[in-house]
Design a protein around this ligand. Structure first.
Ligand SMILES: Cc1cc2nc3c(=O)[nH]c(=O)nc-3n(C[C@H](O)[C@H](O)[C@H](O)COP(=O)(O)OP(=O)(O)OC[C@H]3O[C@@H](n4cnc5c(N)ncnc54)[C@H](O)[C@@H]3O)c2cc1C
Length: 333
């Protein structure tokens, strides 16, 4: 196991501003200063802002993201549901819950809006740059591992942005193995068996590939989440699949019946754009009057009543500490 440290984290209790600027934070800054190689410095400081300007001029959605994901200017303090984190899961939750017009939903995200480069599948690696829309986690110095790392510590990317991991990750669409779901159901979690879950995978999916008699019942079209099979079938890819064939493995669809074999990946990409959950779910829901979204709002504390039920959150937004309360549920997504 690898333990994580995160110098800027504010734990439960009152905001620990003093602690944030302390020895811990200083060590983290020192770590990042030492890790910054020349290409990273040049890219982050000069090329990235220039590239962002260029992309923003082309991509309308990225230009309007700040307004879209920061609504409304004046918000209430009482909601039916509060969701902490507009990540992969949080965006879906917010969009689905706010389909019920009578429910008021608040979605709070510590990070900012998706940067222009996150929309472009080919620029996927930029999301892994330390400090670029992530929490800048580093491991504790390792006793046995990371021997060629400075101080035996490594950076671990973890998204801090609207869309969460789905805005910065590798976009590979993998549903997982049927046996895991069936096992969870067998442990006493009704509804988690593969047959049941497959229904939801299909409802959410807009599959852009070809299916055959064998794979058709695992995919569907028209859902919010775009899924596109690897478009490149170059020499190397064909050689890879053929090599598997020669070893006696079939070419399979990784999200269909059989996962033992060789496959080309499927990606959360739609019409050439990263299909994050912010794009697929939150964007179409963002203008609903019953959904309030605040990015750059760091939740500091979950508030509990005397029965130990979560009743709301305390969070920092634009330099002010605020509270919001939920009638029904507070989710940590
Ligand atoms: C480098 C990398 C590559 C990956 N590649 C793939 C891939 O190709 N395919 C794949 O399926 N999976 C991939 N993953 C994993 C996948 O992205 C995650 O499993 C998934 O995003 C987790 O979703 P989540 O909703 O649980 O959390 P997240 O998406 O991480 O969302 C959590 C959100 O909560 C916010 N938050 C946290 N604390 C607070 C707070 N106190 N106040 C307010 N907001 C807060 C965070 O900023 C974040 O936006 C990858 C992960 C990484 C790190």
């Amino acid at each position: 196991m690898t333990a994580l440290t995160e110098g800027g984290r504010v734990g439960p209790g009152k905001p620990k501003v003093g602690w944030m600027c302390s020895r811990h934070s200083f060590r983290r800054e020192l770590f990042f200063a030492r890790q910054r190689t020349l290409p990273t410095v040049v890219t982050l400081a000069t090329l990235l802002p220039m590239g962002r300007l260029l992309l923003q001029s082309i991509m309308q959605d990225s230009r309007h993201a700040d307004r879209l994901y920061s609504r409304p200017e004046a918000f209430n303090h009482k909601y039916d549901f509060i969701i902490v984190g507009a990540g992969s899961a949080g965006c879906v939750l917010a969009a689905r819950l706010s389909e019920i017009a009578g429910w008021r939903v608040l979605l709070l995200e510590a990070g900012g809006t998706p940067p222009p480069e996150s929309y472009v599948p080919g620029l996927v690696g930029l999301g892994y740059f330390r400090g670029n829309n992530n929490w800048r986690y580093i491991t504790q110095p390792q006793k046995y591992g990371l021997k060629n790392y400075h101080n035996r510590q490594a950076a671990i990317p973890h998204a801090r942005v609207v869309g969460g991991g789905s805005t910065t990750n590798g976009m590979v669409y993998v549903r997982g193995n049927r046996r895991d779901y069936d096992h969870w159901a067998a442990l006493g979690n009704p509804g988690w068996d593969y047959h049941n879950v497959l229904h939801y995978f299909k409802v959410s999916e807009d599959y852009r590939g070809h299916t055959d008699n064998y794979t058709d019942r695992f995919h569907s079209r028209g859902g919010p989440l775009g899924v596109t099979p690897e478009p490149k079938t170059g020499k190397l890819a064909r050689g890879f699949l053929q090599a598997g064939n020669e070893l006696g493995f079939r070419v399979v669809d990784p999200n269909a019946a059989d996962q033992i074999g060789f496959a080309m990946p499927e990606y959360n990409v739609c019409d050439g754009i990263r299909c994050s959950t912010a794009w697929a779910y939150l964007r179409p829901a963002a203008t609903r009057p019953n959904l309030h979204i605040l990015h750059s709002a760091h939740v500091l504390k979950i508030l509990f009543n005397k029965y130990k039920k979560a009743t709301g959150v305390m969070y920092k937004y634009r330099g002010q500490v605020r509270r919001s309360h939920s009638h029904l549920l507070t989710f940590m997504s």
